[in-house]
Write a protein that binds this ligand. Structure first.
Ligand code: PSU
Ligand code: MN
Length: 304
C-alpha cells in the first residue's frame, strides 16, 4: 500500500486523519464537479484541523492519500472499477484502477489505522431486497471494523427501515448530530429513530473513545449528519422523482453495483442538477463535522 508521507507522519504522531472514498468521485458525480468537490472536501478537512486521506487504487496499487493531481486524473478517467471487498484481488492482480466504495475504503483505513471516515451517503438495503437480496457490503464492513463513518444517512433510494435493522443486527452504534431522526440524504430527517442524538463533536468523540478504548468492541459507529437546511429538498418534491428513477432502473434491467451510479445520475438529470447541488453541500457539511470529531477524538486518545 502506498501511503502519502503527510498522512503517514500524521498517523505516527497521533494527529487526526480523515479517510475519504473515491467511488463518490468516479461513479457518484459528473466531471468536473466531482473533482472540484473532492478537492473542496479535502480543504474543509484541513481548515478544521485534520489531514485528509482520499483512497483509491492506481495501477494495481492501493493509495492512501491521493495528491490533487491524482484526484484530477481519477475524476476524468473513464471505466474505473467500483471496488468493494470482493473486487480488490482482481483489480490489484490486473494492475487496474479502482474507486473504493465506503466498504472498500473502510478496509483500507483499517489497514493503516485511520479511525474516522467521511462520505456522502452510505450504501444500505435496497428497496425490494426481500426478493433481490441487494444489501450493500457497506453495512457489513461497518459492523466488523473499528471505524467511525460520518454520512448524511443512507442514500434516499434505499429502504431506510431495513437499513437501520441490519445496522442494529451488525451492532453498529448509530448517532445523529442535533436532529432527532436518521438523516435522509437529500432531506434532513427520515423520522426513523437513532440510538442517540449528540450536540457537539466532543460528545461524539467520547462515545467513539468508549467503544474503542473503555470497553473495546469490534465494529463501527455511524454518524448521521443532516444536510444543511438551505440545501435540503422537500420530500414532496424528491420522493416521486426517486420512485420514478427506481422504476426506470428496474425496467432497464440494471442490477448490482450499477444500480447506485445509475440512480444518482438519473435523479441529477431529472432535477436539472438540483440534487447534485444538495449532494455536494451535504458532503462538505460532513467533512466539517468529521474533521471536528477526528480532532476531538485524537485529543482523548492522547490521554490514554
Ligand atoms: N452515496 C453517494 N454517492 C455514491 C455512493 C454513495 O451519494 O457514489 C457510493 C459509495 O461509495 C457507497 C456505494 O459505498 O455507493 C454503495 O454502492 P452499493 O449500493 O453498490 O453497495
Ligand atoms: Mn448492491
Amino acid at each position: 500500500m502506498k501511503i502519502n508521507p503527510e498522512v503517514k507522519k500524521a498517523l505516527e504522531e497521533g494527529k487526526p486523519v480523515v479517510a475519504l472514498e473515491s467511488t463518490i468521485i468516479s461513479h457518484g458525480m459528473p466531471y468536473p464537479r466531482n473533482v472540484q468537490t473532492a478537492l473542496s472536501v479535502e480543504k474543509t478537512i484541513r481548515d478544521n484541523g485534520a489531514v485528509p486521506a482520499t483512497m483509491g487504487i492506481i495501477d494495481g496499487e492501493p493509495i492512501v492519500g491521493m495528491t490533487p493531481a491524482l484526484i484530477e486524473q481519477f475524476g476524468k478517467r473513464k471505466g474505473i472499477a467500483k471496488v468493494s471487498k470482493r473486487d480488490f484481488p482482481v483489480v490489484l492482480a490486473s494492475g487496474g484502477w479502482g474507486a473504493t466504495t465506503v466498504s472498500g475504503t473502510i478496509l483500507m483505513a483499517k489497514a493503516v489505522g485511520i479511525e474516522v471516515f467521511v462520505t456522502g451517503g452510505i450504501g444500505g438495503v435496497h428497496r425490494g431486497a426481500e426478493t433481490t437480496m441487494d444489501v450493500s457490503r457497506d453495512l457489513y464492513e461497518l459492523g466488523e471494523n473499528p471505524i467511525t463513518v460520518v454520512c448524511a444517512g443512507c442514500k434516499a433510494i434505499l429502504d431506510i427501515d431495513k437499513t437501520l435493522e441490519v445496522l442494529e443486527t451488525q451492532g453498529v452504534t448509530v448517532l445523529s448530530y442535533r436532529e432527532k431522526g436518521f438523516a435522509n440524504f437529500y432531506c434532513r430527517n427520515s423520522g426513523k429513530p437513532v440510538d442517540y442524538v449528540f450536540q457537539t463533536p466532543e460528545e461524539a468523540a467520547k462515545i467513539i473513545d468508549a467503544r474503542r478504548n473503555k470497553f473495546p468492541l469490534s465494529g463501527g459507529i455511524l454518524i448521521s449528519n443532516p444536510v444543511p437546511e438551505q440545501y435540503a429538498l422537500p420530500h414532496s418534491y424528491i420522493d416521486g422523482i426517486i420512485a420514478d428513477a427506481i422504476k426506470e432502473c428496474d425496467q432497464k434491467g440494471i442490477k448490482g453495483k450499477d444500480v447506485t451510479p445509475f440512480l444518482l445520475a438519473r435523479i441529477a438529470e431529472i432535477t436539472g442538477g438540483r440534487s447534485l447541488d444538495t449532494n455536494i453541500a451535504l458532503v462538505l457539511n460532513n467533512a466539517k463535522l468529521g474533521a471536528q470529531i477526528a480532532v476531538e477524538y485524537a485529543k482523548l486518545k492522547k490521554m490514554h
